[in-house]
Ligand binder design. Structure first.
Ligand SMILES: [Fe+2]
Length: 317
């Protein structure tokens, strides 16, 4: 019989000893958010690379041993999980433009304190991100991840079935990204409207690698449920976007300097806590695409003429 308290637990947790021979993931929650000890100063063998991919499928976000990474090592790490993308929308490291640098300090307050997964307004959003925190505040500045497989599994069977039949429209235009682009200039905003139109995605997606069902709406980019009355769309979205924030689905990660995380951008949403102003926090991130994706994520900011232009709005998104 369905019982929602049971549905919030994991019925058959991943048997780590049987599945892993080369790494030993330590999940921080049942089947979610695993720490992995690994030395990235040497090339990784293929069996280790395959187990890292397995761990990302099983645990959705991984935290690797904090260590110095050269830009080449960072790119190499991301490439374990999928073809490296040209980045998305943040400023770039001059020497390695596939590495985005997101720096926050007294002058540039943090602004990604809202739940989302990256670029869901593209037809094919990126598969994930490999991020390193090269500068952290003394306290605070956590990143929280929420498991969208857990959030979906805990819904009642009747609601799950209803949601499986729905699609939803995603667009950057309802996010703070619009404000950011507007500050880059009217032409950049108009180019963006022309180039990145709203897209429709299923509300429930089957993860192509893990097979898990994923709840796929977020409060930052999901504008409406398609083909239902507006009031139903609004209330269902409001319910789902509150539902997915339950502590049973969320791991809040406290960073160490040079800490590294890999997240699955389909299976999770994330939220960067903005509680450390006026202190500094700097992260470097490399985005990777799905294996064999048809339309790999390009440099969205360059496509609309916004790369290299400084916005007065601190990333705005
Ligand atoms: Fe993000």
């Amino acid at each position: 019989m369905y019982h929602y308290k049971h549905a919030k637990s994991v019925v058959e947790p991943v048997p780590i000893e049987q599945r892993y021979r080369h790494i030993r993931p330590r999940p921080q929650m049942p089947d979610f958010a695993a720490e992995v000890d690994i030395d990235l100063s040497r090339p990784l063998d293929e069996p280790v690379r395959e187990e890292l991919r397995q761990a990302l499928r099983d645990f959705e976000v991984l935290f690797l041993t904090p260590q110095e990474l050269t830009p080449e090592q960072h790119l190499e790490l991301a490439s374990v999980f999928g073809p490296v993308a040209q980045g998305a929308y943040f400023p770039r490291k001059d020497s390695h433009p596939q590495i985005e640098v997101l720096a926050n300090d007294a002058r540039r307050p943090a602004s990604v304190d809202h739940w989302h997964s990256d670029l869901t307004w593209l037809e094919e959003p990126p598969a994930g991100v490999a991020i390193q925190l090269v500068e952290i505040p003394a306290n605070g500045g956590n990143t929280a991840w929420a498991s969208m497989s857990k959030a979906f599994a805990a819904l009642s069977p009747g609601l799950q079935e209803y949601l499986r039949g729905l699609r939803a429209t995603h667009t950057w235009e309802i996010s703070q990204w619009r404000n950011y682009l507007a500050n880059l200039g009217e032409e950049v905003l108009l180019n963006s409207i022309r180039r990145f139109k709203p897209v429709s995605h299923p509300v429930v997606q089957k993860h192509p690698q893990s097979g898990k069902e994923i709840l796929y709406v977020n409060e930052t980019f999901t504008r409406n449920i398609d083909d239902v009355p507006p009031q139903e769309s609004r209330e269902i979205l409001r319910f789902l976007c509150e539902w997915l924030k339950q502590p049973e689905f969320v791991h809040s990660h406290r960073w160490q300097r040079n800490g590294i995380a890999i997240w699955d951008n389909l299976a999770t949403q994330h939220y960067a806590l903005a509680d450390y102003w006026p202190h500094s926090r700097v992260n470097q991130r490399v985005t990777f695409n799905a294996q064999g994706s048809r339309a790999p994520v390009a440099n969205t900011l360059a496509e609309v003429g916004g790369l290299g232009v400084e916005s007065r709005v601190a990333y705005g998104y």
